[in-house]
Design a protein around this ligand. Structure first.
Ligand code: NAD
Ligand code: IPM
Ligand code: MN
Length: 344
């Protein structure tokens, strides 16, 4: 019987509620499909920071390295710990240290779900670069607090980093409709995005079966709303991908529906699975957070671990639930979770 070690980090706010839900579904799915999930829970969060002065222990990354996968809820509670401290202390180092370069975010309307802008025909796979670009962390402030202050935040794009995320996008496009959208802002940005376009063209010559279209980030944002059926696989830099995927989440029904996988294809390091949304302090602890994004992220985890049938089973259960139950504010986290559990 296959056994997988999973590091579970619920994190902050609704992360705790939605990961509890996802874990219940994962455990039941494992039992039904005859494999075992050995979960170890880590309390790393803003509360942990207030007690220990750090978001995770010094050897946190080394600890996580022992696992086959990481399941994470959300990090951040800006009223307690500044976001740049909490995120740079936990979520972002995990992505960076394990080189989880492909942040894969499927955006589609599940059956029965009506988004605010679309009721059907919305199915886009976003592939977001996850380790460099605008999130390089390089920069600084000069003359801080004075009228002469200058702040610099440097985007760092490497040929290696851009090449591998684009290649990931080409491969994904090949598995789907053969259409790839490459997102830049190369009309305004002269160096990084121009290099991105050049690398896109170079790799395109290796994939004659994939039709690539270049879009500027502003234009593709409008296209997400106006003509999303013209898009299929979308590959974007770290920040552009971040913004586009909250837009994708909104169109697919809300933040509570969007799942993500932070992947390094090397099975020797743990990939991380988490909803796209954050800790939603405004609704924390009220049993109203939508757990679907986290349950879906759990399915992405099982798929990555090779438990394809179990992953499909979770997706089928989710789709049946969304098709049958009108999901709105009156559905509690527990009610949605129970409905999914009954169908596993
Ligand atoms: P957010 O995604 O937490 O919330 C935005 C809005 O969406 C809120 O109104 C919230 O109630 C709603 N929402 C989010 N998830 C929902 C769900 N599952 N069900 C129902 N409604 C949901 O974004 P924010 O308010 O900008 O951020 C809150 C905190 O989370 C900040 O500290 C932020 O930095 C952090 N954050 C963390 C992650 C992460 O860990 N991956 C992602 C995004 C934001
Ligand atoms: C996400 C989040 C994070 C990001 C934040 C919390 C640093 O918004 O996972 O989409 O920007 O990557
Ligand atoms: Mn985001």
């Amino acid at each position: 019987m296959n056994n997988y070690k999973v590091a579970v980090i619920p994190g902050d706010g609704i992360g705790v509620d939605v990961i509890k839900a996802a874990w219940q579904v994962l455990e039941l799915s494992a039992a039904k499909h005859h494999f075992s999930l050995q979960g170890e829970w880590f309390p790393w969060s803003c509360d942990y920071y207030l007690e220990h002065g750090e978001m995770m222990p010094q050897d946190g990354i080394a600890t996580l390295r022992q696992f086959n996968a990481i399941l994470l809820g959300a990090v951040g509670w800006p009223q307690r710990v500044p976001d740049n401290v909490s995120l740079h202390g936990l979520l972002l180092p995990i992505r960076k240290q394990f080189d989880l370069f492909a942040n894969v975010r499927p955006h589609r309307l599940l059956p029965g779900v009506r988004g605010p802008l679309r009721e059907e025909n919305f199915d886009i796979l976003c592939i977001r670069e996850n380790t460099e670009g605008e999130y390089s962390g390089a920069g600084g402030r000069l003359h801080q607090g004075t009228p002469q202050e200058v702040a610099v935040e440097t985007s760092i794009f490497t040929r290696h980093g851009v090449g591998r995320i684009l290649r990931y996008g080409f491969e994904a496009a090949r598995q789907r409709s053969g259409r790839l959208a490459s997102v830049t802002k190369s009309n305004a940005q002269k160096y990084t995005m121009v290099m991105w376009d050049e690398i896109t063209d170079e790799i395109a010559s290796e994939y004659p079966d994939v039709k690539v279209t270049r879009y500027h980030i502003d234009a593709i944002a409008a296209r997400f709303v106006m003509q999303p059926e013209s898009l299929d696989v979308v590959v974007a830099s770290n920040l552009f991908g971040d913004i586009l995927t909250d837009l994708g989440a909104a169109i697919q029904g809300g933040l509570g529906y969007a799942a993500s996988a932070n992947l390094n294809p090397d099975p020797a390091v743990p990939s991380m699975f988490e909803p796209v949304h954050g800790s939603a302090p405004d609704i924390a602890g009220q049993n109203i957070a939508n757990p679907i994004a986290s349950i879906w992220s759990g399915a992405l985890m099982l798929d990555h671990l090779g438990e394809k049938q179990a992953a499909q089973g979770i997706m089928q259960a989710l789709e049946q639930v969304t098709a049958e139950i009108p999901l709105n504010q009156t559905q509690s986290t527990a009610a949605i979770t129970d409905a999914v559990l009954r169908l596993i």
